[in-house]
Design a protein around this ligand. Structure first.
Ligand code: HEM
Length: 142
């Protein structure tokens, strides 16, 4: 027969966003997962919340098994016209904002480690200083 596959616009796919009609976009492909909603081990809610956007990142974040990806093929209905994908833009800010705290966490982690070493060293230095000062005082007395 050949590989005849329909191409949908994002808008068309996004309309299918409810329990009776649920389409998702993963890796540039469109899946009608309506019959799978009740059987999805991750629940129907996760599938419904993956509608109206490019769900590739959501799908991959779960780390779906190979068998999950085989099951997926059953629900394939067509390709997405990539030029119509505003969801890619919507998804973008999620990354810089999730990365930003990681960077600041890293730098504050570094600062804490630095303090962990610095504070005991300061205390040691202070103790030695006191000892030395005490000895000097004693030798001055005798
Ligand atoms: C046609 C598409 C999909 C199929 C066939 C599918 C199939 C499966 C299967 C078989 C599992 C069981 C674990 C595994 O074998 O990996 C699973 C778990 C799960 N899936 Fe999906 N899934 C699909 C799409 C999605 C999407 C778009 C999301 C959105 C976030 C999602 C979220 C989850 C979650 C949260 C779990 C539970 C993970 C856990 O509790 O360990 N799935 N899915």
């Amino acid at each position: 027969m050949g590989s005849k596959s329909e191409t949908f616009t994002f808008e068309e796919v996004a309309k299918h966003n409810n329990k009776n009609d649920c389409w998702i976009i993963v890796n540039g492909k469109v899946y009608d997962v309506t019959p799978f909603l009740d059987d999805h081990p991750g629940g129907d809610e996760s599938l419904l919340s993956a509608t109206g956007k490019d769900a590739t990142v959501d799908f991959e974040d779960v780390g779906h098994s190979d068998s999950a990806q085989e099951t997926m093929a059953k629900y394939f209905v067509g390709e997405i016209d990539n030029t119509t994908l505003p969801a890619v833009i919507k998804n973008k800010p999620i990354h810089p904002s999730t990365q930003a705290p990681t960077i600041s966490n890293e730098s504050s982690g570094f600062f804490l480690k630095f303090l962990q070493y610095l504070v005991p060293l300061l205390i040691l230095g202070f103790a030695f200083g006191l000892q030395y000062y005490g000895k000097e005082n004693k030798s001055n007395e005798s």
